[in-house]
Design a protein around this ligand. Structure first.
Ligand code: HEM
Length: 522
């Protein structure tokens, strides 16, 4: 049989080409003009206002504050971190329209509606999967956590992340923190400036979090864990470099140099993980495993249900476990260091709270290794961590998308609208938290989270509802351990080089680093 092309005349080929070009253009016209305009009309007709749609307009948020800084000790960060959103709320009210590429985004500054969306009772709001950096990561191999598959994973992960099980990992945490304290003490001794040593705590805490997740997730496979983190961060850099192309559907399947490299990175990560999981499973079968790392707990929760033939069954497949490991690595690398960094910055700005916290820690543990059972009695440290999470939440907003027409707060949202819930604004709302909303006042949490404001569920640093952060206990545990050990050994204050400039780059971090002066405690 002759090849198909031989049957086509040049005229037919050029017709095919024209038809393809025309349908491609029509599709683009529909996606970039017709659909966004239709959605915009539907929203505006119900009285919503905001930024009008302009195709290819870039996301200007964040550009406005690039060079400026804030006064030291000022925590009224909303106008600085999200100036456009702040202006939009002033101008258009608490529900306003903006755009993520061709997707209309309705920002809702309302704790009650946020709860409704996050709780997802109607089931009509889904997590974003396309058009965002994280979503591209998901398509690059991380789990999407949608539907039935998500529910199954979530149940197993919830069991693995149970607080009682997490405390098994205490020795791994302690040794990571101990190494940090030893490193800082040595640097302090070798420092030319007598009595103190200046350090940018951001990279220090990043490295601590990487150590902690490597050891607590994979125990003995610590070095391979570090390699996975290196590969993941290269993957993230590559994605950031190509961020402008992300909104093009099917982009990650294109055989570009960047995509090929991402696929290779993914393959390398998976082959390391396969090796680690196989070793761990063998040890568990031979009952040698100490079950003191996250992977063991995850496999243990699933024991007897793992589908080694990779069919979908009751438990997780090996691929599922690998995906979850990647997710845990990814989710836990940057957020915990951010929490610790802001805690150090705020305790430096408010030395009276630093003293109170140290007094509590020394009273409970002296200079000994902090113990899990004592953590429950750490009331001051807990209040401080909550107040840091309130004022500087690492994740400043959550997003969901309507997949079908949905009613919310008296507005009918068509399918395809992104709902943005800016936690940062809810945490800085004087109507909820009172006139001292921008003050660092950990004692507002003295009677627990529910009594800290006039809306018991307005504190949302870890999200809400069925998709609430899986690692919240894990991270609070980690933060308490690190804060206790730092307070036991050092006094600290802001270095003169520190500039107060919180910035949202995927998570809320100090734009110019967090330079802290450490002194050894005598
Ligand atoms: C201070 C540290 C952390 C903060 C502020 C934080 C915040 C969040 C938030 C807000 C969400 C929900 C996002 C949404 O609903 O759209 C989330 C989800 C998640 N977090 Fe965290 N997180 C932190 C640490 C961690 C750690 C240490 C881990 C893992 C060890 C982790 C694992 C996850 C996972 C797997 C999800 C997805 C859950 C799901 O979709 O069902 N997080 N996190």
């Amino acid at each position: 049989m002759p090849p198909t092309t031989a049957l086509m005349s040049p005229a037919t080929l050029s017709w095919c080409f024209m038809i393809c070009t025309l349908s491609g253009s029509l599709l683009l016209w529909h996606r970039l003009w017709l659909r966004p305009r239709r959605l915009e009309r539907a929203l505006c007709a119900q009285g919503l206002r905001g930024r009008p749609y302009r195709p290819f307009s870039s996301n200007e948020a964040g550009k406005k504050n690039q060079k400026s800084s804030m006064p030291l000790g000022c925590h009224d960060i909303v106008p600085f971190v999200v100036p456009l959103l702040h202006d939009a709320v002033q101008e258009h009210g608490r529900t306003s329209i903006s755009w993520i590429g061709p997707m209309p985004t309705v920002t809702i500054v309302d704790a009650r509606l946020t709860r409704e969306v996050m709780f997802g009772k109607s089931g009509h709001f889904e997590k974003l999967r396309k058009n965002r950096v994280l979503s591209t990561l998901l398509t690059a191999g991380l789990p999407t956590h949608e539907g039935e598959k998500w529910a199954k994973h979530r149940k197993i992960l919830d069991r693995a992340f149970h607080l009682q099980k997490l405390k098994l990992m205490l020795p791994a945490f302690s040794s990571c923190c101990q190494e940090l304290v030893t490193r800082w003490t040595e640097s302090l001794c070798n420092s030319s400036s007598k009595g103190f040593w200046e350090v940018d705590v951001c990279p220090e805490f990043l490295s601590l979090a990487a150590d902690a997740i490597s050891r607590t997730a994979f125990g003995s496979s610590y070095l391979q864990g570090r390699r996975i983190l290196e590969l993941q961060s290269e993957q993230v850099q590559r994605i950031k470099a190509s961020v402008k192309m992300i909104s093009i559907p099917g982009y990650t399947s294109l055989p570009t140099k960047n995509n090929k490299r991402m696929r290779n990175i993914n393959n390398e990560i998976e082959s390391i993980l396969q090796g680690i999981i196989a070793k761990k499973l063998q040890a568990m079968q031979e009952e040698e495993s100490t079950k003191q790392d996250l992977l063991s707990l995850m496999l243990e929760s699933n024991m007897g249900k793992i589908d080694c033939n990779r069919r979908s069954g009751v438990g997780l497949t090996i691929e599922d476990v690998m995906e979850e490991c990647k997710m845990c690595y990814f989710a836990s690398t940057e957020t915990p260091p951010t929490l610790l960094t802001w805690t150090m910055v705020l305790l430096s700005m408010h030395p009276e709270w630093q003293d109170r916290a140290r007094e509590e820690v020394l009273g409970l543990f002296g200079k000994n290794q902090p113990e899990y059972d004592g953590f429950r009695r750490l009331t001051t440290v807990t209040m401080i961590l909550y107040e840091v999470l309130r004022l500087y939440p690492p994740a400043i907003a959550f997003h969901r998308k309507t997949y079908k027409e949905t009613e919310l707060g008296g507005i009918t949202y068509p399918a395809g609208v992104i709902i943005e819930m800016p936690v940062l604004l809810i945490h800085h709302d004087p109507d909820i938290w009172g006139v001292d909303v921008h003050e660092f006042r950990p004692d507002r949490f003295a009677e627990g989270i529910s009594k800290a404001s006039n809306d018991p569920s307005a504190f949302l640093p870890f999200g809400w509802g069925p998709r609430i952060c899986i690692g919240q206990n894990f991270v609070l545990f980690e933060a308490k351990m690190a804060v206790c050990m730092i307070l036991q050994h050092f006094e600290f204050e802001l270095a003169p080089t520190y500039t107060h400039a919180p910035q949202n780059r995927k998570i809320l971090r100090p734009m110019h680093g967090a330079q802290i002066k450490l002194k050894a405690l005598v």
